[in-house]
Structures are given as structure tokens and as C-alpha cells.
Design a protein around this ligand. Structure first.
Ligand code: ADP
Length: 260
């Protein structure tokens, strides 16, 4: 790290204690920069819908509008308010996950039931624009926190729906992989993601295509939430993608997180 080596050149103590101290300072500086970035991002994400909402309110207030036109404005205002609500909800979810450093509980989460719920929600969200398969290939269930598991699964399915153009296919599957882990996977025939982005997707507010992602109604926090939930369950999030072909997001649970 360049700032660390600069400081060591200036203060060549050669002493382990000092070295640790300096490193801690740079860690603190990094944490502080991340916090500042985060606040700036949140402010920006909130300000946009508020500005749009206020613009519509002013228009509705100042113009004599016909009923049809007024309804259209109200609908647009509702969607901006919805966007802020989703953002605040996701921020709260993330804050709760971050505040909780304990591993997730080991309640039995029935995958068959979870898949049925996912399927229902997916079909409602897709409005018949995609074709789906939902497969449960093993009787083994996850040991974890039901609400979190469902939230992680549903974030991955809703991303597949939001990024895959009409007539695309989405395959959702639960099974045991070659390493004996419980594997939940979502494959889509969407745009795919270039490899240089893959490692950054779980950063808060990181988006491959800023404006497009916002148009799809995402908060930019979905995969950050998934990653936290995975880590509370000692699970791994793996992403495979081929630009132009599609993406597969997998959550792999270790044997200890599966029902015997
Ligand atoms: P967002 O609310 O922007 O979707 P996420 O954290 O869920 O936030 O995802 C981060 C980014 O990862 C998205 O903005 C998008 O660029 C990319 N992404 C996620 N899922 C997919 C997918 N199934 N296909 C293509 N790109 C995806």
C-alpha cells in the first residue's frame, strides 16, 4: 500500500509495533473513505427520485389537468415514491445484517415451499414476458434463517427477470453439486456481464450500466444483501457470465448447513 510505504520511509523504525499502528491508521482511513462514498451514494440515490417527485407535484399543482393526464402524473409519482421506499427498506436490511455478526440460526428452511413462493412472485413480476423452470433435485433442505434465505433467493430471481429481455428463459434450481454442497442457482438468457465487473457486483451501488439498472427499478443494494446473507450462512456466492449469452448466479451451502 503506497501510503503505508511512504510513512515507513519517513519513519524507518523497523519495529513491529509501529508497523501495526501505521497499518491500522490506513485501514481507518480506508473505512472512512468508504463511509463517505456510501453517504454520497445514498444521498444521490435519494435525491433523484425526490427531485422528480417534486417536479410532478409542481406540475399537478400549477396546471389544469384532465383526469387521464392527472392519473398518469399520479402513477409516475407513485413509482418514484416506491423507489425511495425500496431504497430505504434495502438500506435497513443491510444495516441489520451488518449489525449482526453472529452466524445465522439453524432452522430448517423448507426449499420445496420456498421454491413455490419464488415461482409465484417471479410470474407476477415477469407479467408473462419470460419462461421459467423451477426444479428441486434433492430432498435436502437448508439450515438457516428462513426470511434471509428467501430474500437472497428472491433477489437473484428478480435480477434475472429485470435484466433479461422479453421472451428470455430463466432456470431456477436447487440440488447437490459435485462438491456435495447444496447449490441454489439462477440462470438467465440476459445480456451477461463482462468479466471485469464480476468481482465488484456485490459492492453497494455498483452497477454495470448505471442508468439502465435504475430503469429496471433496482436499488443497487441487492447483491450486497445477498452476499451478507450468504456469509451469515457460510455460503459462497459464485457468478458465471458470458456477455451476449446470459448469467448464472449460484449460492453454495456447505454440508453443515444442510439437513441430514
Ligand atoms: P441493482 O438494483 O442495480 O440490480 P444489484 O446489487 O442487484 O443492484 O446488482 C448489481 C449489478 O449487477 C446490476 O446493476 C447489474 O449491472 C448487474 N446484474 C445483476 N444481476 C444481473 C443479471 N442477472 N444479468 C445481468 N446483470 C446483472
Amino acid at each position: 500500500d503506497s501510503s503505508l510505504s511512504l510513512m515507513l520511509q519517513a519513519f524507518p523504525f523497523g519495529n513491529r509495533r509501529h508497523l501495526l499502528l501505521v497499518q491500522n491508521v490506513t485501514d481507518l482511513q480506508k473505512a472512512d473513505a468508504m463511509r463517505r462514498d456510501f453517504v454520497a451514494n445514498v444521498s444521490h440515490e435519494m435525491r433523484t427520485p425526490i427531485t422528480v417527485l417534486m417536479g410532478f407535484l409542481e406540475t399537478v399543482q400549477s396546471l389544469e389537468l384532465e383526469k387521464g393526464q392527472r392519473d398518469q402524473y399520479f402513477e409516475m409519482m407513485m413509482s418514484q415514491a416506491q423507489r425511495m421506499k425500496s431504497l430505504v427498506e434495502d438500506l435497513l436490511t443491510l444495516a441489520n445484517l451488518e449489525a449482526n455478526s453472529l452466524p445465522a440460526a439453524t432452522n430448517k428452511v423448507n426449499i420445496e415451499t420456498s421454491m413455490a413462493l419464488l415461482k409465484n412472485d417471479a410470474e407476477a413480476l415477469s407479467h408473462g414476458h419470460h419462461s421459467f423452470t423451477f426444479e428441486v433435485l434433492t430432498k435436502e433442505d437448508v439450515l438457516g434463517e428462513e426470511r434471509e434465505i428467501l430474500s437472497a433467493f428472491s433477489n437473484l430471481v428478480s435480477n434475472a427477470i429485470r435484466y433479461t429481455p422479453d421472451a428470455g428463459q430463466i432456470h431456477v434450481r436447487w440440488g447437490i453439486n459435485a462438491d456435495g454442497q447444496g447449490e441454489f442457482s439462477v440462470s438467465d438468457t440476459g445480456p451477461g456481464i463482462a468479466s471485469e465487473h464480476l468481482s465488484r457486483l456485490t459492492e453497494r451501488f455498483y452497477r454495470v450500466d448505471r442508468s439502465r439498472s435504475r430503469d429496471t427499478g433496482g436499488t443497487g443494494l441487492g447483491l450486497a444483501i445477498v452476499k451478507h446473507i450468504a456469509s451469515r450462512h457460510q455460503a459462497q456466492l459464485a457468478i458465471e457470465s458470458t456477455p451476449g449469452k446470459g448469467s448464472t448466479f449460484k449460492l453454495c451451502f456447505p454440508k453443515e448447513r444442510l439437513t441430514p
